[in-house]
Design a protein around this ligand. Structure first.
Ligand code: GSH
Length: 95
């Protein structure tokens, strides 16, 4: 099972950027591409109601809502993302 869930759209540059952060951290994620699934619009509506955020990416770590690309990088910068992910994480992203 994956600790990181990314609600995404296949063409979204912010989604690619947030996936790149997790790849650089060597953290596996599961990405659901809302624009290529029949239920994408319904899922996006539920996400908007649950998280007050309609945009993608919409990132969850171990069930905790993080937010979009900017919020996820912010959580990385302040260390709260690594804390949520647990120990043994690489703290410097690869360029
Ligand atoms: N500042 C946001 C972040 O950091 O995540 C930008 C996210 C954003 O603008 N995403 C666009 C979006 O979700 C797609 S590239 N637009 C509305 C939609 O696709 O329904």
């Amino acid at each position: 099972s994956h600790r990181v869930m990314i609600f995404s759209k296949s063409y979204c540059p912010y989604c690619n950027k947030v996936k790149e952060l997790f790849r650089s951290m060597r953290v596996e994620y599961y990405a659901l591409e809302l624009d290529v699934t029949d239920d994408g619009a319904s899922i996006q509506q539920v996400l908007a109601e649950l998280t007050n955020q309609r945009t993608v990416p919409n990132v969850f770590v171990n069930g905790t809502h993080i937010g979009g690309c900017d919020a996820t990088y912010q959580a990385y910068q302040d260390g709260s993302l690594q804390k949520l992910l647990g120990e043994n994480q690489i703290t410097e992203p690869y360029e």
